[in-house]
Design a protein around this ligand. Structure first.
Ligand code: ZN
Ligand code: ZN
Length: 78
């Protein structure tokens, strides 16, 4: 799987005010550029195209209040 230079013809322009993936552009890791291409596979190198960003911003960090829980769980010995 190598870049044959075909991807340049399908190179996508950077959209203004929105993300690349949200406009349907796909990223090829081999060719290292964004393509305007309907298929799942790169027309140039044949590698699977990425349709979503790697870092998901909507990952929610849950911080459990462990200190409070530990206090409640401690058995009382009277
Ligand atoms: Zn290419
Ligand atoms: Zn490619």
């Amino acid at each position: 799987m190598t870049c044959k230079g075909i991807c340049i013809r399908h190179k996508a322009q950077k959209p203004v005010g929105t993300g690349r993936y949200s406009t349907g552009q796909k990223r090829c890791q081999i060719c290292e550029l964004f393509l305007k291409w309907d298929g799942l596979w790169c027309p140039c190198c044949g590698y699977r195209l990425r349709t979503r960003p790697r870092n998901l911003k909507y990952k929610v960090k849950l911080r459990a209040r462990r200190e409070d829980q530990q206090l409640l769980l401690q058995p009382r010995q009277n």
